[in-house]
Design a protein around this ligand. Structure first.
Ligand SMILES: Cc1cc2nc3c(=O)[nH]c(=O)nc-3n(C[C@H](O)[C@H](O)[C@H](O)COP(=O)(O)OP(=O)(O)OC[C@H]3O[C@@H](n4cnc5c(N)ncnc54)[C@H](O)[C@@H]3O)c2cc1C
Length: 429
């Protein structure tokens, strides 16, 4: 007999129980596909909402409220017969087919890990402590609050270099997140801040984007990288590729070449890693702590345990280092696993995962975006329109879609980000 307190009010199933950990793109898609199927499905997440991470940067830049890109999991699951528990996975006991969470233990027949990834600071503790990150809704709100607060503080400084330090923004990491953020800050400097702070000379504010590798958007074509760099340059962003950042102490950013820059707003967007889960052997993990899975997304050496989305590493000839950690991969793996689990139950052969790359998009600002699609490469207005439509349609919930559309339309017409409210808990920021 186990001495673990069981998670309450989930009946002993008459069918097999599938426990899905993580209600992100992968976990939620799988859960919805398993609704009313021949399993008892239990979804566990440490947050009670599904988050649309691709638009987090707009929350950080006062363009959207977090509620526009987050959707309550219980609402999505209404009438689905799926059990939801707000809980954090702490350990897996594969021999007992049991997980331990902060609210109790739960037996499973199939376990699906869809726990995503977290920010990778590559062991640099000073940067982890002092820079801002953008992985969750609280992070985006923290960025918004701290930047607004620093702009306010700049008004009370005397020396020009001190004013600049409070206004300057450094973004580290030239992937889509860094590029999109840099563009959004630049538009804020161009359209909003001069009106909000007429006393300040906005020429004092530098927006810098650092990328250690030779080019921006390394997951996209060279053409897209060059165009994004050109757009950022047009918006007045100082782009420095081939430039690694070594340290940050809350005021002084130190580059690997020894150069220092005074800047109070530093956002780290230079990589992600997954979290190891107690109970699985070290041999289960590959690069970036991603779980090594076979073509059916089953964790190597752990029958009955699956991993999908950002936290798994599956190679195929076209992707020898694993798939990109993007939403499309998570959605496609979830859809395939749903079918494979049903096939498994029926004694039918499972289908291996093959990624269908539908292309990549990144936006820099109004009418400025790049798109690498299977049928061609696009830039400018068309790519921007495509980016907007794809993102709008991907957000969960009709109300959220409408709110985002409304905020975007307002911003488009007025050139204003309307949500510059400093709402914070006393003490921090
Ligand atoms: C700022 C940003 C911008 C992005 N932009 C794009 C983009 O433009 N296009 C694109 O395709 N991709 C983009 N991505 C990547 C995309 O969001 C991810 O690839 C996708 O979210 C992966 O889905 P997932 O389900 O694997 O993980 P997630 O969506 O991260 O979901 C993981 C879930 O697991 C939960 N969880 C984690 N650990 C535990 C635990 N121990 N116990 C319980 N619950 C847990 C989390 O709360 C979360 O709900 C972006 C990511 C970020 C951060």
């Amino acid at each position: 007999m186990s001495s673990y307190h069981p998670i309450q009010h989930i009946p002993t199933p008459t069918t097999k129980r599938m426990v899905i950990v993580g209600g992100g793109f992968a976990g939620l898609t799988l859960a919805l596909k398993m609704a009313k199927k021949r399993f008892q499905a239990v979804l566990i997440d440490r947050n009670n909402y599904h988050l649309f991470q691709p638009l987090l940067y707009q929350v950080a830049m006062s363009g959207l409220e977090p509620s526009a890109i987050a959707f309550p999991l219980r609402k999505v699951l209404q009438n689905s017969r799926i059990f939801f528990r707000l809980a954090e996975l702490q350990e897996i006991q594969p021999q007992e087919k049991r997980i331990i969470t902060d609210i109790g233990a739960l037996q499973y027949d199939y376990l699906v890990l869809a726990t995503g990834a977290k920010t990778n600071f590559f062991g640099n503790e000073a940067i982890a402590r002092n820079a801002m990150q953008m992985k969750g809704a609280p992070d985006a709100l923290f960025i918004r609050n701290r930047m607004l607060r620093n702009f306010e503080k700049s008004l009370n400084k005397e020396r020009p270099e001190e004013i600049s330090a409070y206004l300057n923004v450094a973004i580290i990491g030239g992937g889509p997140t860094g590029v999109e953020l840099a563009g959004a800050v630049a538009e804020m400097r161009k359209y909003v801040l001069p009106k909000d702070y007429p006393e300040l000379d906005m020429r004092r504010m530098k927006i810098m984007l650092f990328e250690a590798s030779p080019r921006l958007l390394s997951g996209m074509s060279e053409e897209a990288s060059a165009t994004a760099g050109k757009y950022l340059h047009q918006l007045g962003v100082e782009v420095r590729t081939g430039t690694a950042v070594a340290n940050y102490d809350e005021r002084l950013l130190t580059l690997a070449n020894g150069e220092t820059i005074q800047v109070k707003n530093v956002i780290w967007a230079a990589g992600i890693t997954s979290s190891k889960i107690a109970g699985l052997p070290d041999s289960s993990y590959g690069r970036g702590n991603r779980l090594l899975v076979n073509p059916f997304n089953e964790v190597e050496g752990s029958a009955g345990i699956f991993a999908i989305g950002d936290n798994c590493l599956l190679t195929e000839p076209a992707f020898p280092n694993g798939h990109p950690q993007v939403a499309q991969v998570a959605l496609q793996q979830a859809a395939l696993l749903a079918g494979n689990l049903i096939r498994l139950e029926k004694g039918l052969p499972r289908k291996p995962f093959r990624y269908k790359d539908k292309g990549s998009l990144a936006t820099v600002g109004r009418h400025l975006a790049v798109a690498d699609l299977p049928f061609g490469k696009f830039k400018g207005f068309f790519a921007w329109l495509l980016w907007s439509v794809v993102h709008l349609f991907s957000i969960v919930g009709v109300k959220n879609k409408l709110f985002v559309l409304l905020d975007w339309s307002w911003k488009y017409v007025t050139y204003d980000q309307a949500l510059r409210l400093l709402i914070r808990h006393k003490g921090r920021v």
